[in-house]
Ligand binder design. Structure first.
Ligand code: FES
Ligand code: MG
Length: 582
């Protein structure tokens, strides 16, 4: 019995007791206000206090079901004898936020980190969905380093339109090109919109959201099956409930993000990224998360670890199926098992459920070898994200070979340069644009500082006149990102970016560029003397903001090869109990 008469059979004094365990003026204050929701005295007896970090928002339609999901987490916490407290953090809706949700990822990560540290919490459940809330919450939780478990919102059901399966993003891109080419009507276009998004959840292609949900599972910071259970499948609620139960034990075990997010875990994530043909955006996010826990992850790690990995899952945007099919086929555990059987998994990596990665997946079944192909007959061989370097990208650039055209993987072409995204949009609809299918489209000033926020504009639309000729892919190079649901021979994340004075800024119309993916090279055929002369004449573009958060962002954002985190956010501060507030 504790001195206030309640039962406390907990094994150790938890952080929250620095608030709720006080038997003085401040203890009265902390407990009393929380009692306005009808909490009994025994809530404050030293049991684990669990924050449910919720990114629900009507402006983030992919997370629209998170109030319900939080309720299942809450029941799990109560099942296990914890005290759940749900709290909101910044929500980042990929679709509607402009200029790009990525601009706000670091802001949200600060919100999460500071909220965890400031409150009487012993552990947190992170409710994550859509593209950016997953990295934001993992980054914040890693810096706060209190026991944390991730629960993803799950993908939508398959899109359905006129008897056809349609995939998020991927079919938006193909249908908008069909519309521009005059192949479908506007009415058909509108009808497809409703058919694509017919349930709550994240994009159901292997876009960025599903990729990041897979990273949660591969890193071991979420429970097995986290990646693929559809948002509206009851088993998603069960997973949330089990996470609520499990976090209570994680607090007692003091199993922190730094115990789970090890180098071995990141290596597992990178290999998984290749095996699922995941989004290039994961490169930026994993680098940023690793930076928070002090793991020295580099672009070279992605190339080295992903190089020999085959893409096993036949999912859009590269393939045929969708996340719902992936779940029914066995989901990510089946992929992790396939990697493990090839010696491509750090089997001893600790995961959130207290078991090792291999203990979780060693017997995982594969119910459908069309969706999850065997390693011997993979959907796409050697499909890891390739890291390119060369005089056009001294600090690296990325390309996703599984989404590219094989005939363009080694190609020299004439540059057609756009200084801004607006210029590019005008140019691709300009019938007089001097361009043919062998040219290389170059887009500048769309990187972290330049846009700002490194928008998903790297998969430039092809020129209308070439689309009409039947051209469906061309090499495109930029300092931007691209949607994980997009495809094409697209070189992204060129670092340093143009706005920061990278060589990309110096490319001119008519320059020859060679892309050589097998050699991992991106070369601009311009002499060093000429480059020096162009550099001397180069004037940095005016920044898009001179005050406020965007100013902070432009001043402090790191380049893509460092994860585009803020320089002052790299690392972690843990969660010591802050000073008294009164
Ligand atoms: Fe939210 Fe794709 S827009 S997951
Ligand atoms: Mg996106």
């Amino acid at each position: 019995m504790s001195d206030d008469g309640s039962t406390n059979d907990n094994k150790k004094t938890l952080r929250s007791q620095a608030w709720f365990g006080r038997q003085d003026k401040m203890g009265f204050y902390y407990r009393s206000f929380l009692k306005n929701s009808g909490q009994p005295q025994d809530r404050f007896d030293g049991r684990p206090v669990i924050g449910i970090c919720n990114t629900w928002s009507e402006l983030t339609p992919c997370n629209i079901h998170f109030r319900d999901l939080a309720e299942h987490v809450r029941r799990g916490v109560l099942d296990a004898g914890g005290y759940p407290l749900e709290f909101p953090v910044s929500s980042l809706g990929e679709v509607t936020m402009r200029p790009t949700a990525m601009l706000f990822r670091n802001l949200a990560s600060m919100d999460v980190e500071e909220a965890i540290r400031a409150h009487p919490l012993d552990g947190v459940v992170l409710l994550m969905g859509c593209d950016k809330t997953t990295p934001a919450l993992l980054m914040g939780a890693a810096s706060a380093n209190l026991p944390a478990i991730g629960v993803s919102g799950g993908p939508q059901l398959r899109g359905n339109y006129r008897g056809q399966i349609i995939g998020s993003g991927t079919n938006i891109i193909s249908m908008s090109e069909q519309l521009r080419a005059g192949e479908i009507t506007m009415a058909e276009f509108h009808e497809a919109e409703a058919g694509m998004n017919r349930s709550s959840g994240s994009c159901m292609t292997m876009g960025t959201a599903s990729t990041m949900a897979s990273m949660v599972e591969a890193l071991g910071i979420g429970l097995p099956e986290n990646a693929a259970i559809p948002a509206v499948d009851a088993r998603r609620n069960l997973l949330a409930r089990m996470a609520g139960r499990r976090i209570v034990d994680m607090v007692q075990e003091d199993l922190k993000p730094s115990d789970i997010l090890t180098r071995e875990a990141f290596e597992n994530a990178i290999r998984t990224l290749a095996a699922i043909g995941g989004s290039t955006n994961a490169v930026v996010h994993l680098l940023a998360i690793a930076g928070r826990v002090g793991i020295d992850l580099t672009l070279a790690d992605f190339d080295r670890l992903g190089r020999d990995i085959h893409c096993l899952v036949d999912l859009m945007p590269s393939g045929r199926f969708l996340m719902e099919d992936f779940y029914y086929a066995g989901g990510l555990p089946a992929v992790l098992r396939a990697l493990g059987e090839r010696g491509l998994l750090n089997k001893d990596a600790v995961t959130a459920n207290g078991r090792t990665m291999w203990e979780n997946v060693a017997t995982a079944p594969n119910w459908n070898a069309e969706v999850i192909t065997p390693f011997e007959a993979p959907f796409k061989p050697e499909a890891g994200i390739a890291i390119l370097t060369g005089n056009l990208a001294p600090d690296g650039a990325v390309i996703k070979p599984s989404a590219a055209s094989p005939e363009l993987m080694v190609h020299t072409g004439r540059a057609v340069v756009f200084e801004s995204v607006e210029e590019m949009h005008h140019g691709v609809n300009d019938e007089a644009l001097d361009i043919d299918a062998s040219c290389i489209m170059v887009l500048k000033n769309c990187g972290p500082k330049g846009y700002p926020g490194m928008a998903e504009v790297g998969n430039m639309p092809l020129p209308a006149k070439l689309l009409r000729e039947g051209v469906r892919d061309m090499i495109r190079i930029s300092d931007a990102r691209m949607s994980g649901t997009a495809y094409g021979t697209v070189v992204l994340h060129v670092a340093p970016e143009a706005t920061a004075g990278g060589p990309l800024a110096l490319v001119k119309n008519g320059d020859l560029i060679t892309l050589d993916v097998p050699a991992r090279s991106l070369h601009l055929h311009v002499s060093e003397e000429e480059m020096a002369a162009r550099r001397a004449a180069w004037v940095a573009p005016e920044p898009h903001a001179t005050r406020g958060y965007q100013r902070l962002y432009i001043d402090h954002v790191l380049q893509a090869d460092r994860g585009a985190d803020f320089d002052f956010l790299v690392g972690r501060s843990g969660s010591p109990v802050p000073r008294d507030n009164h």
